[in-house]
Design a binder for this molecule. Structure first.
Ligand code: SAM
Length: 165
């Protein structure tokens, strides 16, 4: 387990994204982009993103808030720690770069999302997976997941604000 990850102590945060979830972004985020995934867990995301064509990926085991400003990147692709979703979205709004965040579908109806992005709601989009995503915990992919997730996007050109895969 990664060192920074251990210090957060939030067990529900330690799930990693499987390749098929990242593949849903390929039609909308060009592989030439420098991609930043600030939330490390065991670091699988970099390997999976590389394998599907994103060769420039920044993915390090460190505190996002203290370190993001030292990088140059085109967009953020990540499955964030759900225990601090509000803080993550606030920071991303400040950073103002295109992003795709894999979050529980209920996020879309929250007041916090609407409040943070109230002047830019037209820049928000949603990519809906064709089926439930099975996350990876300690290197093992689960065969069930008890909640639905969607990609919430910002400043990413989609065919329509709600895009079905
Ligand atoms: C849901 S996992 C996702 C890992 C990876 N982004 C992926 O998509 O597979 C989120 C990770 O972020 C870590 N984390 C929590 N707060 C963080 C922070 N402030 N900075 C960096 N990582 C953090 C958690 O410990 C957890 O391991």
């Amino acid at each position: 387990m990664a060192s920074f990850t251990l210090t957060t102590g939030e067990k529900c945060d330690d799930y990693e994204t499987p390749p098929n979830a990242f593949e849903m972004l390929l039609p909308y985020i060009d592989t030439s982009n420098i991609v930043y995934d600030p939330f490390y867990c065991n670091g699988l995301a970099k390997q999976f993103l590389n394998n599907i064509g994103y060769k420039n990926v920044i993915h390090n085991d460190e505190n996002f808030y203290a370190n993001w400003s030292k990088y140059k990147f085109d967009c953020i692709i990540t499955n964030p720690p759900y225990s601090s979703k509000v803080q993550v979205f606030k920071e991303l709004y400040k950073i103002d770069k295109p992003f795709a965040l894999l979050v529980p579908v209920s996020t879309i109806t929250t007041n916090f999302l609407q409040n943070i992005f109230k002047y830019d709601l037209d820049k928000i989009g949603m990519i809906i997976p064709p089926k439930r995503i099975h996350f990876i915990k300690n290197g093992v992919q689960s065969n069930r997941n008890w909640f639905d997730v969607v990609w919430i996007t910002y400043k990413i050109k989609l065919p329509s604000p709600i895009t079905f895969c």
